[in-house]
Design a protein around this ligand. Sequence first.
Ligand code: BGC
Length: 497
Amino acid sequence: MSSNRQKSLLLLAGAAAAAGFVAVGYRTWHSSRKRTLLGQMRKRMLLDDSGLIEVRDDFCKQMVAGLNGETSSLLMIPSMVDIIPSGNERGRYLALDLGGTNFRCVYIKLGDGKGQIEDVKIEQCEIPEHHFTSPAADLFTFMAEKMVAFAKTLGFSRGHASERPVVGFCFSFPCQHISLNSGKLIRWTKKFNNPGAVGEDPVRMLEDAFDRIDFPVDVDCMVNDTVGVLAAARYLDSSVMIGMILGTGTNACYVEKIDNVRKLAQTPRRRRQTMIINIEWGAFTSKTLPRLEFDRDLDSSSANPGEMQLEKLTSGMYLGEVTRRILLQFAEQTGLFGGSVPELQTPGSLTTPDTSRIDHDSTFFGGPTGDILRSELGLSHWQTFWDRQLVRDIVRLVAQRSSQLIAAGIAALLRQMERDGTFGPMQRTVVAVDGGMFAHYRAFREELLSALERIMGAEAAHQIVLKHQQDGSSMGAVTMAGAAAGAPSQWRSEAGG
Ligand code: BGC
């Protein structure tokens, strides 16, 4: 080989080695920036043991303030439910269940035997996008029309006075109850923002909608979805004390001693010793909550800025969007996915079902994660194994923060109920839960259990049974309609008073 040829080969090898060195250095520098940012986020988003206790304690404090009628972000709404289906109800009932991203028409036929359900039908109806912001009367007419079509297929017909169909209403928004079947909407939450409803009675609005289409019905009860879940669970097992929703939104209700509900002190006689309280915990606001800059941005661009802080950190409507915002921050600050990623700019492009699928991707190379990023975000940039790993870490971090905060809420609730072991031996407590986040997001459920262990100790946490109550809100509302229809009418109007 000539010395010239030798020289050029050496030069070439040197250049290749230098390029390789630069590439490896660049990659290492890059990934170390990503790792540093991930570490910083983990520190700011997750709570250590004392942070968890602080959230729980502030939760407890605000629960008591809410029950006393003092300033608190927790509304602690008396549900006015003191009739719970007993299993002795008979007849055919309907219910309308409006809560998350769609609504449901529900039918039940209760037979002669105790607790005998002869027939159940549930039809899920999609809500057209414009109805999330249309005038409230239009949304209610739309639902009434669907309900009438559903009822007719089951042989219901337009009846007069006492023959009108009895309808239960599961209305999953904060309402101040006046009685079991009247109240006032305090505010819309989640995706809903329909003018003409806040301050109005949702029961009257629904009955008016049925009147408008000339199919009058009696709406005998209005319940929050958490109360529906609790009622459905107690129908089968009277030891269930808490109803919880982990879905598009989040909330819980529980059985409280009536003497603790000080704000009810002015109302006259009561029949019962207890009252179901709808906490409206999605609205929990506290300095102890780990909110970061992307949470504040998400809040200000939401339909209800400044409201529902806990819900925005924990529920299915928001976790996908929180993740998208973090990925965008990583792209801009650490060059993830090549740095400039227009695909990540679209709000709402990553949903919680997407992130839950990513979280459940247990493959080594993260192929399914890459597929989801391509198909859902339209991400065309080439992704390395490390990019996909980072995305999985971020998704898990968002779920972990959510599960920690929900665990702190459960721990506070058990303390308020004197069932967390502080006031005597720890008692077994069954929590009935419904909602997509709980039903379909296994990794989230596991994180929730381990966060409960951290905050309460393993022994105490093992006494808490989180029981999935499938279709709980719908079933609760329809069986409550049966219970309310059987109760004397003067009972309904003063229920809980
Ligand atoms: C509502 C609650 C409801 C929860 C779960 C929240 O946005 O304020 O009333 O229970 O969502 O659906």
